[in-house]
Design a protein around this ligand. Structure first.
Ligand SMILES: [Zn+2]
Length: 228
């Protein structure tokens, strides 16, 4: 990928675990993007590739990308890894080689200013997001929803994945992460790597190209607002 440094931080069943980084001048903000932790969610890795190809990840920031955290699930088109483990529940005391390698790589990075974990949801009818913003920074959620809405409906449900929405399409989990028995990647990142975190979700039932366009638009809008 143009201008990015490829770093292999692990290997699983013959597949490399790769991070791509691009450092801007000192003082620029640091943005982390990840995808592919659930192997049955193909739009997110394609979205990160599109952001790179379209030049969205330019010299406005330093970039840290982990585009395919679960390669053995991706090639099998299943949520879990090849051993049947949901990697996005393994971040509290990592047991899987993938998450051990990923958290090892994360521990070698400085804090991030913005984190976006990119996902898809088979049960959703529209785009939605989770926001973790403990320091009450300016929210990027309205910009993302507005951009996504041009490509896809916003999820209408009042309860998503067992959580009440805060506003249409926006979940702001309030439970103490230290009380949670399993940690997704986003909670680990919140605890150890920065301050403003999003998990964004496109609805899996829509055509792939529509989902990629939706996620690309949402991230582009978030970056526009955050780096302005
Ligand atoms: Zn997912």
């Amino acid at each position: 990928m143009a201008g990015f440094r490829e770093e292999k931080f692990g290997e699983i069943d013959g597949h490399p675990l790769l991070a791509y980084t691009k450092q801007a001048a000192a003082g620029q903000r640091r943005v982390y993007l990840s995808s592919g932790i659930h192997g049955d969610e193909p739009a997110p890795p394609w979205t990160l590739l599109r952001l790179v190809q379209e030049g969205c990840l330019d010299d406005r920031a330093s970039w840290f990308l982990c585009p395919l955290l679960n390669p053995t699930g991706f090639v099998r088109q299943v949520r879990e890894n090849y051993a049947g483990l949901d990697l996005n529940r393994d971040y509290k005391s990592p047991r899987s080689p993938e998450v051990q390698a990923h958290t090892g790589w994360l521990q070698r990075q400085s804090d991030f200013d913005l984190v976006i974990c990119v996902h898809e949801d088979w049960e959703a009818q529209g785009f939605y997001l989770y926001e973790l913003n403990p320091e009450k920074r300016p929210s990027l959620a309205p910009a993302m929803l507005e951009a996504a809405r041009a490509h896809c409906p916003i999820e209408p449900a009042a309860t998503i994945d067992g959580r009440a929405v805060d506003e249409p399409g926006i979940i702001r989990p309030v439970s103490d992460p230290l009380l949670r028995e399993t940690w997704p990647e986003s909670i680990y990142l919140r605890e150890h790597h920065g301050t403003l975190h999003y998990t964004i979700e496109s609805p899996s039932g829509r055509p792939l190209e529509q989902r990629i366009a939706t996620l690309t638009a949402a991230i582009t809008a978030a970056l526009q607002a955050f780096l302005a």
